[in-house]
Design a protein around this ligand. Structure first.
Ligand code: PMP
Length: 382
């Protein structure tokens, strides 16, 4: 019997990973084991070199050049990277603008900051799928705006935002792009030179382990550190070093995670399905009676995930049926993005999310379409 890849929760965390990732982690833990940037002996020198190589590889993946490795600050993931930028920029009573499809990593952080420092959260005008409406943003008053923050690809309906065109409109105002869902996807690269701060994570499209991510920025000097402690450098001083990235990397980093990410970056996975296969999946699902897709209106800006819901059926019921009858693993609910669901009209019931990985083949997508069709039919005819 054919074996299908039935894991469709890759927007939460990707599975599988290239086998080299676990091998590199085991090699580091079993054979290397030294710390980063603090000692002269061979183990520590090797570990330090592994971290610096990963820094170069992620810089190359994001901006095309290893020379910008000093733009990379490692954090424990996109959430801590977003906190570093949003808290480190020291917002005062200014405006911030956000897209209507932000994740809680942005919304909860900004909500806490607005209570603490009084910054005002404004939402950019958008089309009905949440795509920023550039004609309307062109006429907006961005005065007294400290930052514009945009989720590059919505983790609910997969809309990919026009961040470069937006940056052209906002000029000098710092743009923060939450690229948690896109860094690692070759067809969805952010134009790094147009974005002031890019936050990314290792455990989704990059196929690395969880617990490692970061900020990529040529403007780190605009940030204050949020975490203080030892860096193995300037140790005579009680102040954090002025140099980046160490200014923002207090404490021992996630060495095993960074090494695993390095292996993932050295072994990129070419997509085993095409955009045509993906479009066919969307077409097949949209033909199912009672099923509603939540996706980009224009396939040209559709990232590798989307959601669906079914008239008259509870999303949790459909997702559990898909799992227990067909082995399909999905994420159901609000996806830590209540704001996006409110905007899209799917709050509070949420949706069922399908997030593809480059490991999926056209056959896997065909299996998914058939399983959804059968599940919806079974549940509606009870
Ligand atoms: N932003 C978006 C758009 C996300 O989808 C996620 C992960 N769900 C995050 C931020 C947080 O990423 P991490 O798990 O690496 O902290």
């Amino acid at each position: 019997m054919a074996q299908y890849n039935k894991y469709f929760d890759n927007a939460a965390t990707s599975y599988p990973k290239p086998p080299e990732v676990a091998q590199a982690i085991a090699h580091y833990l079993n054979e290397i084991g030294g710390t980063y940037g603090r000692s002269f002996y061979e183990r520590s020198r090797l570990a330090t070199a592994m971290v610096e190589e990963t820094r170069e590889l992620i810089a190359e993946r994001i901006c095309g050049s290893r020379r910008h490795a000093d733009h990379v600050v490692f954090t424990s993931g996109a959430t801590s990277a977003l906190n570093l930028v949003l808290q480190g920029i020291r917002l005062k009573g200014d405006n911030v603008f956000i897209s209507p499809l932000e994740h809680h990593a942005v919304m909860r952080t900004l909500t806490a900051l607005s209570a603490r420092v009084g910054c005002k959260i404004n939402v950019l005008p958008a089309k009905s799928d949440g795509l920023i409406d550039l004609e309307k943003t062109a006429t907006l008053d961005f005065s007294r705006t400290a930052m514009v923050i945009v989720s590059h690809q919505s983790n609910v309906n997969g809309v990919v935002q026009p961040v470069t065109a937006l940056k052209e409109q906002i000029g000098e105002i710092p743009l923060l792009v939450d690229a948690a869902q896109t860094v690692g996807r070759p067809h969805l690269t952010v134009e790094a030179e147009m974005v002031d701060f890019i936050t990314w994570t290792g455990h989704k499209a990059l196929h690395g382990p969880s617990g490692v991510g970061g900020v990529f920025s040529g403007k780190l000097q605009l940030l204050e550190p949020m975490v203080f402690g030892g860096t193995g450098s300037n140790s005579e001083s009680y102040a954090m070093p002025d140099e980046s990235p160490e200014r923002f990397e207090a404490g021992t980093p996630n060495l095993a995670g960074i090494v695993g990410l390095g292996a993932a970056l050295r072994h990129p996975v070419a997509s085993r399905h095409s955009r045509e296969d993906y479009l066919r999946l969307l077409d097949e699902l949209s033909a199912i009676k009672g099923l509603k897709l939540h996706r980009a209106a224009d396939f040209a800006v559709q990232g590798d995930l989307f959601s669906f819901s079914c008239e008259g059926l509870d999303c949790g019921e459909v997702a559990t049926h898909l799992y227990y009858q067909h082995g399909i693993e999905t994420r159901v609910g609000l996806h830590c993005a209540a704001m996006a669901h409110r905007f899209l009209g799917t709050f509070p019931q949420g949706t069922i999310r399908i997030a593809l990985s480059s490991f999926h083949t056209a056959e896997d997508l065909g299996f998914l379409a058939a399983a959804v069709r059968e599940s919806v039919h079974d549940l509606l005819s009870r």
